[in-house]
Design a protein around this ligand. Structure first.
Ligand code: AMP
Ligand code: TRP
Length: 342
């Protein structure tokens, strides 16, 4: 059998669980924007079905989904170039996820570190959905036959599982139907760390607000958080190896590089030798210059929820032109009888 050639297609998603951070922006959204201008079809998703694997207040979920959509658009995702969707409006995601629940093995799921982290000590009390989460994620990707998935470092294991599911499905049914999707984890900011502790990921769930920059923070707050960010007493080195064993210093340099679209080496050539008292205000100015137009535009967009809802409705229609035929073919491969249209 000759292998099918899959159209280069990018899919990625973010949970509307409240509060986009600089980590989401640099690790994910900014790179979504870059890929939309390359030779890819791009599909970006607010994964509300993933968000409800842990409790979400219904009113908050609605607000956060629209705010995330505003964040995507304000950051430069253009609904004319990318398909922008809300996961629950494209039912084929959940339908394919059920098939994948029957392909994935319990042992694979039990190895997922995100499940262990999120379920915590009381895993018996976690939702069944939280356990099955990676099978839904694989379905999000493979219902489009997506070939590339830009994500932050923390999603690597889920993407390996997506390839395992595709491989097992293709093998079990002797087909070459699902592609082996490539994770795209690159750039200076695949893992943006907490501003208070260089060993922890910057996260919307960290109890300390000073640990992160939120996309909705105003200029003064951004500048203050950077000024107060934890560092060590040394100045900036002129080469990257001088950042080894200095997680907080490395994090601030990575953030600068990602915001400025430079490599770490370029940043250090320019900034090497400066003290943090000098570097932090430069970083704060850059962060404010890049982020404040985005937060202003987000605020304008969330004030027009009807417009957002219209965009998402249109996105779902476009998406279903791709997902409905792929689900039909999947059902056929598995042996399900299609309805007879009269
Ligand atoms: P989440 O908010 O968990 O749905 O994450 C959405 C996307 O942002 C995923 O691609 C994550 O890998 C990415 N992301 C989240 N936090 C960070 C971080 N601190 N550094 C880099 N990428 C991140
Ligand atoms: N699991 C991802 C996260 O927590 C979100 C996500 C769901 C996703 N489905 C996806 C990311 C498909 C990429 C592709 O960040």
């Amino acid at each position: 059998m000759t292998s099918p050639v899959f159209t280069p297609r990018v899919f990625s998603g973010i949970q509307p669980s409240g509060g986009l951070t600089l980590g989401n922006y640099l690790g994910a959204i900014k790179r979504f924007v870059d890929m939309q201008d390359d030779a890819f079809e791009t599909i970006y998703c607010m994964v509300d079905l993933h968000a409800i694997t842990v409790w979400q207040d219904p009113a908050d979920l609605r607000r956060n989904t629209r705010e995330l959509c505003a964040g995507f658009i304000a950051s430069g995702i253009n609904p004319e170039k990318s398909i922008l969707i809300n996961q629950s409006q494209v039912p084929e995601h959940a339908q394919l996820a059920w098939i994948f629940n029957c392909v994935a093995r319990m042992g694979w799921m039990q190895r997922m570190t995100q499940f262990k982290d999120k379920a915590g000590k009381n895993a018996q009390n976690a939702s069944l959905g939280l356990f099955a989460y990676p099978a839904l994620m694989a379905a999000d990707i493979l219902i489009y036959h997506a070939t590339h998935v830009p994500v932050g470092e923390d999603q690597k294991q889920h993407l390996e599982l997506t390839r395992d599911i595709a491989t097992k499905f293709n093998h079990d049914f002797s087909v070459d139907f699902f592609p082996l999707t490539e994770p795209v984890i690159k750039g200076a900011a695949t893992r943006v760390m907490s501003l208070r502790d260089g060993s922890k990921k910057m996260s919307k769930s960290d109890p300390s607000d000073a640990s992160r920059i939120n996309m909705t923070d105003d200029s003064d707050t951004i500048a203050k958080k950077i000024r107060k960010a934890k560092t060590d007493p040394d100045g900036l080195p002129s080469e990257a190896k001088g950042l080894e064993e200095r997680p907080e210093a490395r994090n601030l340099v990575n953030i600068y590089a990602a915001l400025a679209d430079q490599t770490v080496a370029e940043v250090l050539t320019e900034m090497g030798g400066k003290q943090f008292s000098e570097f932090k205000p430069i970083l704060a100015d850059l962060a404010v210059a890049k982020l404040s137009p985005i937060s202003t535009e987000m605020a304008r967009l969330v004030a027009e929820p009807d417009e957002i809802d219209r965009l998402l409705t249109a996105g779902a229609q476009q998406a279903r032109d791709i997902t409905a035929p792929i689900l039909r073919q999947t059902y056929d491969i598995v042996g399900m009888i299609p309805p007879k249209h009269v």
